[in-house]
Design a protein around this ligand. Structure first.
Ligand SMILES: *Cc1c(COP(=O)(O)O)cnc(C)c1O
Length: 382
């Protein structure tokens, strides 16, 4: 397909004939200013205040999770979720190589070492077949009930798949495999707020799930994150250890765990609440753009990634699969030169210096996608 045509299509979609078109910019169209002013007028800008609690209520209701806990950012939410899942120093955590670096970093922060298994080409998320193959070849359940890696002798303490660009992965199949091997499942749903599988929100199928509200995500509060879970003990513990593990008392300082200062400030939560009020309309707006892209690229040599069956995607970042690496590079060069911000998918984690020594399964699909995938402008259109 002629790149000139793609360029004019994107310009007309955003009704922007000459200016720069970002990949994903935030929209503040609701109560943002009013709620922010309220935090200043009331002095409740920090880690307590009505907006943090309200944020948690909205997140629990929207995702259908029993518990939602406000966290300072998505990386911290992942770190804490892994600690809550039982990851300890020296453990291994199975994840996918095709992800944002925060996924692997959070495993490291929790004391674990990532192990990379392949993704599916259609969902770009962890492949149940790849996970099954890896565990069949490498894992054994020992007397303590936990799975161990036969090659390294280390405990496999968690499995951490990621719903890439908001496209739900085959999470039910992954969950079944994890159950069989008694491996706790944590979902990195940072990118998939609004995405569901068989009617269940991403992040709520595993033991724990995490979200991000960074500036480039579907809704943002500057910086922010959330942990969701249906497990009462873990839900309460998430709140407890994210707030320095302070034992409630009217005035005494008593702490019963090496806690974290990971609670989202009320200032950010004010922004988050205002943004979440607009989430349904943002999702509808993004779905319309995705439908336009989908029909534009139909019958071309460029594949528009659509939502997998039985699932709803939030279309956070619209995604194209180019025919090969050359076509991808040419596409990126052309669009970025013309002021249309497009980006390649991430380099595989196992190519980064700090993760080059990690064990991997066969990564054919991840490498195939790495060569071909780009994201195109996806902001809510006003
Ligand atoms: C954005 C993102 C995170 C991290 O979230 P922050 O809020 O930026 O810390 C983690 N994982 C994935 C896949 C992300 O896209």
């Amino acid at each position: 397909m002629e790149l000139q045509k793609v360029e004019s299509f994107i310009r007309s979609a955003f009704n922007n004939q000459e200016g720069f078109i970002p990949l994903h910019e935030p929209r503040f169209l609701g109560n943002e200013k009013r709620y922010l002013m309220e935090t200043i007028d009331t002095t409740f800008v920090s880690s307590t205040g009505p907006f943090v609690n309200k944020f948690e209520e909205i997140m629990a209701a929207f995702t259908g999770a029993r518990y939602a806990v406000a966290i300072v950012n998505g990386t911290a939410a992942l770190h804490l979720a892994l600690v809550l899942a039982g990851v300890e120093h020296g453990d291994e955590v199975i994840t996918q190589p095709l992800t944002f670096v925060a996924t692997a970093n959070a495993i490291t922060h929790a004391g674990g070492k990532p192990v990379f298994v392949d993704v599916d080409r259609d969902t770009m998320g962890m492949s149940p077949i790849a996970l099954q193959n890896f565990l069949d070849a490498n894992a054994e359940i020992r007397g303590d009930g936990h799975s161990y890696n036969k090659t390294t002798g280390k405990r496999i303490a968690a499995c951490l798949p990621m719903h890439t660009f908001g496209f739900p992965l085959r999470i039910n199949e992954i969950a079944d495999i994890c159950t069989k091997y008694n491996i706790p499942l944590v979902e990195d749903a940072a990118e998939s707020l609004g995405s569901t599988v068989d009617g269940r929100h991403t992040g709520t199928i595993g033991l724990l799930g995490t979200f991000s509200f960074n500036g480039n995500k579907t809704v943002t509060c500057g910086g922010g994150g959330a942990i969701v879970t249906n497990d009462e003990v873990l839900g309460k513990k998430a709140k407890h250890i994210s707030t320095t593990a302070k034992v409630p008392h009217a005035w005494e300082y008593m702490h019963d765990f090496v806690g974290y200062n990971y609670r989202m400030p009320n200032l950010n939560a004010a922004l988050a609440v205002a943004q979440l009020e607009q989430l349904p309309s943002f999702l509808e707006n993004k779905r319309q753009l995705a439908a336009m892209y989908s029909s534009f690229f139909r019958d071309s040599d460029i594949l528009f990634v659509d939502e997998p069956s039985n699932s709803v995607a939030n279309f956070w970042l619209n995604t194209l699969i180019l025919p090969n690496a050359n076509a991808k590079n040419e596409f990126l060069r052309h669009m970025n030169e013309k002021g249309i911000m497009c980006r390649p998918i991430w380099q595989l984690m196992n190519r980064l210096p700090m993760y080059a020594q990690c064990q991997t399964g066969d990564l054919t699909n991840a490498a195939w996608l790495e060569e071909r995938v780009v994201n195109i402008p996806s902001s809510v259109r006003v």
